[in-house]
Design a protein around this ligand. Structure first.
Ligand SMILES: C[S@@+](CC[C@H](N)C(=O)[O-])C[C@H]1O[C@@H](n2cnc3c(N)ncnc32)[C@H](O)[C@@H]1O
Length: 201
């Protein structure tokens, strides 16, 4: 299992508490890596590596069951080599994921931008979309009562938000749960995925 970026220390710790045994955390920043190594020195389940997501050749094909990305694809889209860096990253994501694996992309990018990027990669994804407003908006909406508000939104056949959909909180995060179903080979034929997705969850 691979996480991009490391500020989500609480999430990593909670996943360890939930029984996940092998979580690899990646960031390009050596400062972040060193800080997190020190913070989590008592968590043998968490490994930290300074790597560039555009080149993760350190790992073999199909090495991971799940890849969680919050903000790294967004960072790649703001970088000097956008959008090429983002394509390289997504090609690596597709390569590293075992058939049936899940790429969970947490981003500010709406389907129009992000699904276009995902579809550039030689990989067939089945995508579910969830929209999560900021905690501040959720509190306002629920009049102070604790209430998580994450909405599953059905995409149109061409992968867009429904035309009548109104985004309540403009600061919402979009959460794409992408199931890798097939890899498209160089000659454009399909290699079918397996049906045992999520067995390690
Ligand atoms: C917007 S921050 C997101 C941080 C964290 N996930 C969060 O939500 O608070 C983007 C992160 O991507 C990292 N990053 C940027 N380019 C990268 C690359 N090429 N490879 C790996 N990490 C990269 C940055 O160092 C930074 O920690």
């Amino acid at each position: 299992m691979l996480f991009y970026s490391l500020f989500w220390a609480v999430l990593s710790e909670d996943m360890v508490k939930d029984g996940y045994q092998n979580i690899v955390n990646i960031d390009i920043s050596s400062v972040v890596i060193e800080q997190m190594k020190e913070k989590h020195m008592d968590f043998p389940q968490l490994t930290y590596m300074q790597l560039d997501v555009r080149d993760m050749s350190f790992f073999g094909d199909g090495s991971f069951d799940c890849i969680i990305d919050k903000g790294t694809l967004d960072a790649m889209m703001c970088g000097d080599d956008a959008p090429h860096g983002a394509y390289k990253m997504l090609a690596e994501v597709a390569r590293l994921m075992r058939p049936g694996g899940i790429y969970m992309l947490i981003t500010y990018g709406a389907p129009k931008e992000r699904l276009t990027l995902l579809n550039q990669v030689r990989c067939r994804w089945e995508v579910e979309l969830y929209i999560m407003p900021t905690p501040e908006y959720q509190l306002k909406w629920s009049n102070g009562a604790a209430h998580a508000m994450m909405e599953k939104v059905a995409l149109t056949v061409d992968g867009q938000l429904p035309p009548d959909y109104v985004l309540k909180d403009p600061e919402s995060h979009f959460i794409y749960v992408c199931y890798k179903s097939d890899i498209v080979t160089e000659d454009n034929s399909m290699v079918a995925g397996q049906d045992d997705a999520m067995t390690s969850f």
